[in-house]
Design a protein around this ligand. Structure first.
Ligand code: CP
Ligand code: NVA
Length: 303
């Protein structure tokens, strides 16, 4: 049966560990895996992208496949063609689909009505490809995931939802600090709590950044205004006190690192000073998008 990757919990803890190990091998030898030979992979983007689009295009090429970039606004989907019809048409041409869009239920519908693996390249609810690369990065730095603590400071958006579920699944403690009313999605909290019961991870949803970073090995943040929320710019006023600055970093574990999925709005969710101090980690995360996604595709397309 085909496997999709719509959220991080579409993989088990063991599968994520295997995908990370293999991503580290691919990082050393970019043409090692050719499992996309003779395969055409569609990349549909309804929102802008730098990292995701380019790393997928390059990754599919390095694995011997044909990447087909499809700008969302150029498709009939943007004129209201049914998702389920689009899925059934694309299944007749393509071997796999990577899609970035707004509503999460659209990728679920695409996956339900198509014959090929569907990969979520970001929805308003989740960004699992980013979290896979982030876990690879954390593993490279600390040699493990289990037993670490990640503190996410900022908007309870797609990144917060996915990190919350992913950390609980991998046995990492996770604290999210967001302003009141901007906490992560309730569905993500319920799912995280379910995994936390199995792995023993501690899950906290807080409104206080200083409390969240206590004992944290990883501090993580993302923009306060996500793609699709451009009309809500005044939202940033609510986030006063939620900037990752030197002072906040000092309150975490001694060797803590700061991570960011990018793009960053320096001076809002992170200071320029902290960003530059942890630039090596942040750009390693960006690089790992390529390796983690290639490893993921190798896993999904071998099935
Ligand atoms: N982090 C991330 O997904 O970046 P892009 O929006 O540039 O793809
Ligand atoms: N939360 C951000 C993530 C960008 C990678 C957004 O959805 O715009």
């Amino acid at each position: 049966m085909k496997r999709d990757f719509l959220n991080i919990s579409d993989l088990t803890k063991k599968e994520i560990e295997e995908i990370i190990e293999y991503a580290l091998k691919l990082k050393k030898d970019k043409f090692l895996d050719r499992s996309l030979e003779n395969k055409s992979i569609g990349l549909v983007f309804m929102k802008p992208s730098t990292r995701t689009r380019i790393s997928f295009e390059v990754g599919v090429y390095q694995m011997g496949g044909q990447p087909i970039y499809i700008q969302g606004s150029s498709t009939q989907m943007s004129r209201g063609e049914d998702i389920k019809d689009t899925a059934r048409v694309l299944s007749r041409y393509l071997d796999g689909l990577v899609i970035r869009t707004y509503a999460h239920k659209e990728v679920e519908e695409l996956a339900a009505y198509s014959d090929f693996p569907v990969i979520n390249a970001l929805t308003d609810y989740a960004h699992p490809c980013q979290v896979l690369a982030d876990f690879q990065t954390i593993y490279e730095i600390f040699g493990k995931l289990e037993g670490l603590k990640l503190a996410y400071i900022g908007d309870g958006n797609n990144m917060a939802n996915t990190l919350l579920i992913g950390c609980a699944l991998m046995g990492m403690d996770v604290s999210i600090a967001s302003p009141e009313g901007y906490e992560p999605n309730g569905k993500a909290v319920v799912e995280a709590l379910k995994y936390a019961k199995e792995t023993g991870a501690k899950v906290e949803i807080l409104n206080n950044p200083e409390e969240a970073v206590k004992g944290a090995h990883v501090l993580y943040t993302d923009v306060w205004v996500s793609m699709g929320q451009e009309g809500e710019k005044e939202k940033v006023n609510v986030f006063e006190g939620f900037t990752i600055d030197e002072n906040l970093v000092k309150k975490a574990e001694k060797n803590a690192v700061v991570m960011h999925c990018l793009p960053a709005h320096k001076g809002e969710e992170i200071t320029e000073e902290v960003f530059e101090k942890f630039a090596d980690v942040i750009f390693e995360q960006a690089e790992n998008r390529l390796h983690a996604q290639k490893s993921l595709m190798s896993f999904l397309f071998k099935k």
